[in-house]
Write a protein that binds this ligand. Structure first.
Ligand code: SAH
Length: 221
């Protein structure tokens, strides 16, 4: 019998994944590298078995603990924004299922990812090991503090929404680097923002309306 963790790897889902990549291209994802990676990687392994058949739909899905795996379009869009930057260290806040981490790991050389919920952190680590990811370092911590020992980062990606970007993250950004993050405005609407550091200045750019779970403080062991 096959290991339950490997169900569906191989060719069974390839057509579904190709269709997802075609849909992403129609939705405006232009970077071939992102489409290729997402067409090749098993998103269904990042969900509970009961939901894995919905993995390639155009929707976000629950991963337990009140958290969600983002819809394929937002993963693709954020990955595109990350790899547009010059190569350099990338920090992700909110490992969650580990799917965004997996996609990034195939396209950047040095990756750090922080998650505050131990159960998610551990499961993501197991999945990434199983898939042969060796260039992503994972940590259980409150990502609002960043990862000081590995700073500065060329890109810091948040996959949870803050109303203000935590100061330590701004401080750990390299000069010329960017934070890509959903940020909630006073009206409660969330926007995907790109914030570029120029010395002591931070240039903010609104990209598109999005919906993410909130960035929360503290660690759940
Ligand atoms: N990129 C994830 C999305 C998960 S949802 C995926 O592909 O599955 C956002 C994640 O951010 C959740 O797992 C949540 O627990 C985590 N999170 C929220 N606040 C955090 C914080 N301060 N530090 C680290 N992780 C945080």
């Amino acid at each position: 019998m096959r290991s339950p963790d490997l169900r569906g790897v191989g060719m069974t889902s390839q057509r579904t994944r190709d269709r997802m990549a075609e849909r992403l291209a129609r939705q405006g994802i232009g970077d071939r590298r992102v489409l290729q990676v997402m067409a090749g990687e098993p998103r269904h392994l990042f969900l509970d078995e009961a939901l894995s058949h919905r993995a390639y739909e155009d929707t976000s899905l629950p991963i337990g603990h009140g958290q969600t795996l983002s819809q394929p379009w937002i993963v693709a869009r954020m990955t595109e924004l990350v790899i547009q930057e010059t190569p350099g260290r990338v920090l992700e806040i909110g490992t969650g299922s580990g799917y965004q981490t997996l996609v990034l790991s195939r396209l950047v050389t040095e990756l750090w990812s922080v998650e505050r919920i131990n159960a998610l952190h551990r499961r993501a680590g197991e999945r990434l090991r199983l898939l042969g990811v060796h260039n992503a370092r994972l940590r259980l911590a409150d990502g609002g503090h960043g990862w000081p020992e590995a700073a500065p980062f060329a890109v810091i990606l948040l996959t949870a929404c803050a109303s203000e970007l935590p100061m330590p993250l701004l401080a750990q950004l390299a000069d010329g680097g960017v934070i890509i993050a959903p940020v909630a405005g006073k009206d409660g609407c969330q926007w995907l923002m790109r914030v570029r550091r120029r010395g002591d200045q931070f240039e903010k750019q609104r990209l598109e309306p999005v919906r993410f779970v909130p960035l929360l403080e503290g660690v759940i062991r």
